[in-house]
Ligand binder design. Structure first.
Ligand code: TMP
Length: 219
């Protein structure tokens, strides 16, 4: 059976990394591959370092958009397609929807949307996620969480509340056209996990997810 291509999305401090870590620790490694954006490949990691470094403060939004898309083009060809071809399920931390939310809505460049779609069509070349799992946390709550862990802030985290509000709006707009599950990220870590598990089982009723999670429970 073909593997499923699943993307986790959410603003900064949405808690998605914690949830993905749990899935990585509890789902069978021979059936699931985990990767992230930007990064996930050696080339992508170099692009990530460049994008998130404080020294990149004078980076233009067009440069950002192209670099995130470049990292995506590499990830699709180097990891996503080969893993799907091995019939593995893919869990990817961020994808196209992040660029729509951050570079188009966050950076207030709505006029560049048709261009982003063309660039994305080049980057993806027909490889689209089966499902986006969006962990929804109001930007005000996310920024409060972020201020509790100042050491972890990257260049984009340091944007102000209005930027993160536009990113949030971008997510909600983008989701309208994509297969997705929206999860309330203000709940406890355990409740969010439960919602993700139930969402996956319901969305992919014939892919054995229920079985994988039963094994995880036993362990
Ligand atoms: P991370 O902290 O989830 O790894 O993401 C790194 C940062 O990059 C985060 O602030 C969101 C941002 N980002 C974009 O602005 N555009 C994109 O396309 C992606 C994938 C991430």
């Amino acid at each position: 059976m073909a593997g499923r291509f699943i993307v986790f999305e959410g603003g900064d401090c949405s808690g998605k990394d914690t949830q993905i870590d749990w899935l990585r620790d509890n789902l069978p490694a021979d059936k699931f591959t985990f990767t992230k954006e930007p990064g996930g490949t050696a080339i992508g990691q170099r692009i990530r370092d460049l994008l998130l470094a404080d020294s990149s403060n004078n980076m233009f939004s067009e440069t950002e958009l192209l670099l995130f898309s470049a990292s995506r083009a590499q990830l699709v060809r180097e990891i996503i397609r080969p893993e799907l071809a091995k019939e593995k399920h893919l869990i990817v931390n961020r994808f196209f929807l992040s660029t729509l939310a951050y570079q188009i809505y966050g950076r207030e460049k709505l006029e560049q949307l048709p261009l982003l779609e063309k660039i994305t069509s080049l980057a993806l070349d027909g490889t689209f996620p089966d499902l986006y799992i969006f962990i929804d946390v109001p930007p005000e709550v996310a920024l409060r969480r972020l201020s509790d862990r100042p050491d972890e802030k990257n260049r984009l985290d340091k944007e102000d509340l209005t930027f993160h509000q536009r990113v949030h709006q971008g997510y909600l707009e983008g989701l309208k056209n994509l297969p997705h599950i929206k999860i309330d990220g203000t709940k406890s870590v355990e409740e969010v996990r439960e919602d993700i598990i139930n969402g996956l089982i319901k969305f992919f009723p014939d892919d054995g997810f229920e079985h994988f999670f039963k094994i995880a429970e036993v362990n």
